[in-house]
Design a binder for this molecule. Structure first.
Ligand code: NAD
Length: 380
């Protein structure tokens, strides 16, 4: 029988890699899920609910010992992986570009490691796309938290006592998180503008009822890679973009920044001078904090207030702050991936399809080596 281990994540990671719902499905596939007792508590999944779904709730070492598969949210420790069966499968958000030495050590355990962040963004893999499932929630929560910090009303209200003006929200970076941030800010009644360097986003922004602003020159027309991501922009473009942003941002009440370029530090889109031009009480929520942030003053993991009364909130794990939803969706992503690529449903055995493009796309380490093409150019 295929055994799947799930353990408690670190103190700063409230999510968990399986839900009672996915445990039920893994059990139906013929697997036995062994969960460290209490591991689901921060996502409101009780041991009772897991047991009712067919899991065993056990100690951490009992969960890990000799397991075929470890499912995790974050990159697991070498000790945990060493406790699994030799060559066991590990699937998690590995942070493939982070801490290379530790990644090499993880590979050195001989485990077969899959990085969920590398899931190809194809139609078939949509249900396995962890970046989308988590970014969507983060985009929502950024607006909710930002609106609470703003401390003023978002919608326009006409009352006998006078008119409350609509707040102005500006979303920078219109990927999955940005689109949800636009939709959420619109629902709350803010007047929303948004910007991106990929031309395809213009129509998406407009279809959500927001106004698109950007430097739409020749470089902008070429800014999207074949994979759908943004390219790093030239210094010349950055100057033009900064002029546009400087004019716009000074009148904004709530700014949500989400701009990322795969494998690189986040582009700096808001300078100190721009922040100094903003109104007291304005709030910036910087979702790019994990990759250094989109503003010059961002302190990842902290909220700072500038002398002119602008707060910059730079959360590192916003999806984790709605852990019930984040865990449920992440668990579904993992289930869809394993179900679609690793199980022989007739025999109820583990049968990894090594030729599958999704397996090839996400496989980071195997047989003691780091094997992913995106990770070959960096020094070990
Ligand atoms: P991301 O998190 O990598 O980046 C967020 C946004 O920041 C992107 O829209 C990007 O263009 C923008 N950005 C980067 N540099 C910028 C700059 N200097 N100024 C302004 N904006 C900048 O993006 P994501 O949310 O992962 O989405 C990336 C792409 O993948 C999109 O095209 C999206 O539609 C696509 N996608 C496809 C699928 C699928 O087909 N299965 C699923 C999810 C996302």
């Amino acid at each position: 029988m295929v055994t799947i281990a799930v353990t408690s994540e670190s103190a700063d990671e409230p999510r968990i890699a399986v839900s009672p719902d996915t445990v039920k499905k893994f059990t139906a596939l013929g697997a036995k899920v062994r969960i460290e007792s209490g591991a689901g508590a921060r996502s409101r999944f009780s041991d009772d609910a897991y047991r009712a779904a067919g899991a065993e709730t056990v100690t951490r070492s009992e969960a890990l010992h000799g397991a075929d598969i470890l499912l995790a949210v974050r990159r697991p420790s070498i000790e945990d992986v060493a406790a699994l069966k030799p060559g066991a499968i590990v699937a998690a958000m590995i942070d493939p570009y982070g801490d290379r030495a530790a990644l090499a050590a993880l590979a050195g355990t001989g485990a077969t490691v899959f990085s969920m962040e590398f899931m190809p963004r194809t139609t078939r893999a949509q249900s396995m796309d962890v970046l989308s499932s988590q970014a969507n929630l983060a985009g929502y929560k950024a607006v909710i938290d930002g609106a609470a910090m703003f401390g003023q009303a978002l919608p326009m209200m006409m009352t006998p006592a006078g008119t409350v003006p609509a707040a102005k929200a500006f979303i920078m970076g219109v990927g999955v998180a940005g689109l949800q941030a636009i939709a959420t800010a619109r629902r709350l009644g803010a007047q929303v503008t948004a910007t991106d360097v990929r031309p395809a986003t213009k129509e998406q922004v407009q279809s959500l009822g927001a106004k698109f602003i950007a430097v739409e020159d020749d470089e902008f027309k070429q800014a999207q890679t074949a994979a759908g991501y943004a390219k790093p922009m030239s210094a010349e473009y950055q100057v033009k973009q900064a002029e546009l942003v400087a004019q716009h941002v000074k009148n904004q009440d709530l700014v949500v920044t989400t701009a990322l370029i795969p494998g690189r530090p986040a582009p700096k889109l808001i300078s100190r001078a721009m922040i100094e031009s903003m109104k007291p009480g304005a709030v910036i929520v910087d979702l790019a904090a994990e990759r250094g942030g989109n503003t010059e003053l961002t302190e990842p993991g902290k909220t700072i207030e500038t002398p002119n009364g602008v707060r910059i909130f730079a959360p590192l794990n916003l999806a984790g702050s709605i852990a019930v939803n984040a865990s449920s969706l992440y668990a579904k992503n993992l289930l869809a991936f394993l179900d679609g690529t690793m199980f022989d449903k007739k025999e109820k055995t583990l049968a990894v399809n090594w030729d599958d493009e999704l397996i090839k796309g996400t496989l980071v380490a195997k047989g003691g080596q780091i094997v992913h093409p995106n990770l070959q150019t960096q020094a070990s």
